[in-house]
Design a protein around this ligand. Structure first.
Ligand code: NDP
Length: 341
């Protein structure tokens, strides 16, 4: 394929101030910046979908963490998929579909060593940001490896209507869970968890104390808790976990925009008597499962046993709205931003 013409400039999002509490639109600025042609070893990608993810909220703070903070006045980054429009790297051709880490912009000049080719014949491009990408591997590894899930377990997952949570619940069912319970933040999401995703029970955490609602949904307790939320959810789960129960501490989104102390857990002492295992996870530690994960999940998608939803916002100019909407719970399934065709 011949090289495609690319514009001299394109749009990209910069972080211009650091939020204290909830981020607002004025913390970000959409900037027109030069599109740089690739140098040897690099490719130029026209992004087709950008990922917005909860961990990006942490990167807005100037603190040392497992991913470096976004720099003020600089372009932000994050997962993206798109097509190569110019290549100065061996093995990459114009037209190739790729996954890389320079999102939040229309065009990305990326070192080829940081790019992975993806197969559009196998699944739509955006799936590599979700069910076949980072959130999918998080759900798969977090449930099967970190929580040591086994057939017959009763599983509770918070953030259950989101990208990771909706997959955790379904994978648990596919692998023989006795009972799967989910929590989410609206009546509509709760209804979908049962009707569309096959959960046995679900509740809206805004309707009343999580501990009470979980006890009603899991009268025999739970064996595994997949924590996306932290706070009162984690406390309720510690209370509901059976002896030798396991919890995967994956996320704590209830805390990301809070400036005060977390709501819980205040009952950690129960972990002793019940011999609980509460284990933190980072998806990047589970690259060894990548091939097994893609093969198994792609199979479930193909035979229709796994449902995958996306909430799509159109246009690079709406990326911040998509991100803020994700933090508020506007999404069911994975929130992605689709750029012009
Ligand atoms: P989601 O698609 O689940 O989107 C975030 C969801 O969080 C929203 O839709 C919203 O749904 C829910 N939420 C927001 N505020 C609250 C709150 N105060 N209490 C309860 N729920 C809330 O995002 P992901 O699937 O991408 O991520 C899920 C979690 O997994 C996050 O905590 C994230 O940080 C973590 N994660 C961790 C990884 C790791 O390696 N450890 C990797 C990937 C993700 P609702 O309407 O239900 O409130």
């Amino acid at each position: 394929m011949a090289e495609q013409t690319v514009p001299a400039t394109a749009r990209e999002w910069h972080l211009v101030s650091r939020p204290n509490g909830w981020p607002v639109a004025s913390d970000f600025e959409l900037v027109e910046a030069p599109v740089r042609q690739p140098e040897p070893g690099e490719i130029l990608v026209r992004n087709a979908y950008l990922s917005v993810d909860p961990y990006m909220r942490g990167r807005m703070n100037d603190v040392k963490s497992y991913v470096p903070p976004f720099q003020l006045g600089q372009v932000m980054d994050g997962g993206a998929v798109g097509h190569v429009v110019a290549s100065a790297a061996e093995g990459f051709q114009v037209g190739d579909a790729v996954l890389h880490g320079l999102g939040w912009r229309e065009y990305a000049t990326v070192p080829a060593k940081h790019v992975v080719k993806v197969d559009e014949a196998r699944a739509p491009l955006s799936y590599y940001l979700g069910v076949l990408g980072m959130p999918g591997l998080t759900a798969y590894a977090g449930l099967l490896e970190v929580a040591s899930f086994k057939e017959g377990d009763a599983v509770f997952v918070s953030g259950a209507a989101g990208a990771v949570g909706s997959l955790v619940g379904q994978i648990a069912k596919l692998k023989g869970a006795k009972r799967v319970i989910g929590s989410a933040g609206s009546a509509e999401k709760v209804a979908r968890l049962v009707a569309d995703y096959g959960f046995d029970a679900a509740f809206n955490y805004k309707d009343g104390p999580v501990a009470e609602q979980l006890a009603a949904a899991a009268p025999e307790g739970i064996d595994v808790y997949f924590d996306n939320v932290g706070g009162d959810h984690l406390e309720a789960a510690i209370g509901a976990l059976n002896v030798h129960g396991r919890a995967t501490l994956c996320g704590a989104i209830a805390q990301y925009n809070e400036t005060g102390a977390p709501a819980g857990p205040r009952n950690l002492v129960q972990a002793i008597g019940k011999r609980l295992r509460l284990q933190g996870m980072l998806v990047r530690d589970h690259a060894d499962l990548q091939q097994q994960f893609v093969a198994e999940v792609a199979g479930w998608l193909k035979d229709g046993s796994l449902r995958y939803d996306e909430t799509v916002r159109d246009g690079v100019e709406n990326a911040v709205d998509a991100f803020l909407g994700l933090l508020r719970g506007d999404n069911t399934g994975k929130m992605v931003v689709r750029l012009g065709a």
